[in-house]
Design a protein around this ligand. Structure first.
Ligand code: FBP
Length: 552
């Protein structure tokens, strides 16, 4: 296979490790803290995880330890959406295993969790690993969204683990996949095995974080990629001065990506879904707010602008949220009957007959395309596939209609020509930034250390991320500690709590203190492309969100 010059150069990049990990394996020791509790619903979570609940936080420090150097056989899966750095989790895990004992083996299950259930695998060797060092994507073994859910699926996973003689399984995934990892760890123990399960926090969405997990990997690279593109579009808009650009940004639920991209580029409008929910803004209110910015800028002779729209917005608008939740429930309950309805008209009629009066009205008021998108198949976790809903086009249409009304009333004299963009998939497989390359390699290496210290049901954690990598602190956080009970598919389930944008958090406060100025004036900021080589202030900086959260 031919490879680019950058890929060749990136093969040579040596990811940085926390100082405590950058020594002989025998010189790394684990420190265990006090027993922990889940974030909420302690009694229910405890009763569902009798074997793993209450485990202590683990931290790795320098000093003589008892990290096992016996040969290990470990399986790894990549789960869910791609995120830059996934390959380096695997290379870090592999290097840790081989450094401790060259007889250890790393088994990669193909195509996500289904590979584990079907025992579809490869065994990594140096050549395979070296071909993927510091590269983006998940193509080293592929990923998938199958959920290990039913008794048969859990039994199949255990069967494979036994057949493969695995000591441990590493699940690289987001909140749902790591919830699965916690259930799997519990199941393995419940079935009398010592097979360990370790999770690694992945997702460009940035919503798998808490006091101990400062960020999920991939967020840094994805948002820097989007910000580069937004900056380029801003310069184009400011050069031609004739278009508004409505840019939808990936992030299924939380608006961390939109917020960070706003902090990096200073757009005229950036909607933060969590604020929409908190202030109970209706779709019409959002439309009016955007139209007001368009009018204001137009009054200043600027018939152009940039609006950032978070992918998950639609689910945070109260009337839409109710509608979507009613649709989710009815699609889950009447799944079989619904599948027999072939035309959109029949499906829509059935939905309207089952929805509450208010939701039926909201549903019927939406353009046909959006109604169709709302009835699409859910993902395996029961979520609406918001990346397939054209919210940016819906907003352009509605803002355009309102401005046309204002024009007819003599309240708007400018022009509104808008273009829609969606930045999502183009950010998920970029070459990981130095931050993500270092962070993911450290997470993989830490996953190995957790296994070699006999721990299970943990999420690999690397903290102190606003400092140079040598000062990072590696360890493990019990997965049950991050759990609470939530309704899924109409039933209460233990899940890892998703981290949404906090309106009293430093990143949102910084944004809200600047946004009025950015709306009226053209303050565009051009971050440019991710740099891999050069001074640390250009190449190794974490996101603004991470810095503000750590200093706040
Ligand atoms: P994960 O939560 O699995 O990391 O996926 C995140 C994401 O990229 C979302 O931002 C997006 O809504 C979704 O995946 C798209 O899913 P798919 O790749 O299945 O189209």
């Amino acid at each position: 296979m031919e490879i680019s010059s950058l890929q060749k150069a990136r093969y040579e990049y040596q990811p940085k490790l926390p100082a405590a990990l950058d020594s002989a394996i025998s010189d790394i020791r684990v420190e265990l803290g006090d027993p922990t509790e889940s974030v909420a619903d302690q009694d229910q979570v405890k009763s569902l995880f009798p074997h793993s609940y209450g485990a202590p936080i683990a931290v790795f420090a320098s000093g003589k330890g008892k990290t096992s150097q016996n040969p290990l056989r470990v399986g790894v899966i990549l789960s869910g959406g791609q995120a830059p750095g996934g390959h380096n989790v695997i290379t870090g895990l592999y290097d840790g295993l081989k450094k401790a004992n060259s007889q250890s083996n790393l088994v990669g299950f193909l195509g996500g969790p289904s590979g584990l259930m079907d025992n579809d695998f490869i065994v990594f060797d140096d050549a395979k690993i070296d071909a993927f060092r510091n590269t983006g994507g998940f193509d080293i073994i592929g990923s998938g969204r199958t959920k290990i859910e039913t008794d048969e699926q859990f039994a199949a996973a255990l069967n494979t683990a036994k057949e493969q003689k695995l000591d441990a399984v590493v699940v690289i995934g987001g909140d749902d996949s790591n919830t699965n990892a916690a259930l799997l760890a519990e199941y393995f123990k419940d079935n009398g095995t010592d097979i360990q399960v370790i999770g690694v926090p992945k997702t460009i969405d940035g919503d798998l974080k808490n006091e101990y997990i400062e960020t999920s990997f991939g967020f840094d690279t994805a948002v820097k990629t989007y910000s580069e593109l937004i900056g380029n579009i801003m310069r184009d808009a400011n050069s031609a001065k004739k278009y508004w650009h409505f840019i939808k940004l990936m992030g299924r639920s939380a608006s961390h990506i939109a917020l960070e991209a706003a902090l990096q580029t200073h757009p005229n409008v950036a909607i933060i879904s969590e604020e929409v929910a908190e202030k109970k803004k209706s779709l019409n209110q959002i439309v009016e707010e955007i139209a007001n910015v368009v009018r204001h800028r137009s009054d200043n002779g600027e018939n152009f602008g940039i609006a950032l729209i978070p992918e998950g917005l639609i689910e945070f608008i109260p009337e839409m949220k109710t509608l979507i939740s009613e649709l989710n429930d009815l699609l889950a309950h009447d799944e079989k009957y619904f599948a027999t309805l072939k035309s959109f008209e029949d499906q829509a009629e059935f939905a309207v007959s089952k929805l509450s009066d208010h939701s039926a009205k909201v549903f019927s008021s939406l353009p046909r395309g959006i109604r169709q998108q709302l009835l699409l198949d859910r993902d395996p976790h029961g979520n609406v596939q918001v990346s397939l809903i054209d919210t940016e086009k819906l907003l352009i249409e509605m803002v355009g209609e309102l401005l046309a009304q204002w024009k007819a009333q003599g309240n708007f004299s400018g022009s509104f020509k808008a273009l829609a963009h969606f930045f999502g998939y183009e950010g998920r497989c970029a070459f990981p930034s130095n931050f993500d390359a270092d962070y993911t390699y450290s997470l993989g290496y830490t996953a190995f250390l957790l296994i070699a210290n006999g721990l299970t049901g943990y999420l690999s954690s690397v903290r102190n991320l606003d400092k140079p990598a040598s000062e990072w602190v590696a360890g493990g956080i019990p997965l049950t500690m991050m759990m609470n009970m939530e309704q899924r598919h109409g039933k209460m389930k233990p899940v890892i709590r998703k981290a949404l944008v906090e309106l009293d958090g430093a990143p949102f406060k910084e944004f809200s203190s600047k946004r009025d100025d950015w709306a009226k004036n053209t303050r565009y900021f051009f971050p440019g492309a991710i740099q891999y080589y050069g001074p640390a202030e250009v190449c190794d900086q974490p996101t603004i969100t991470l810095k503000l959260e750590r200093s706040g």
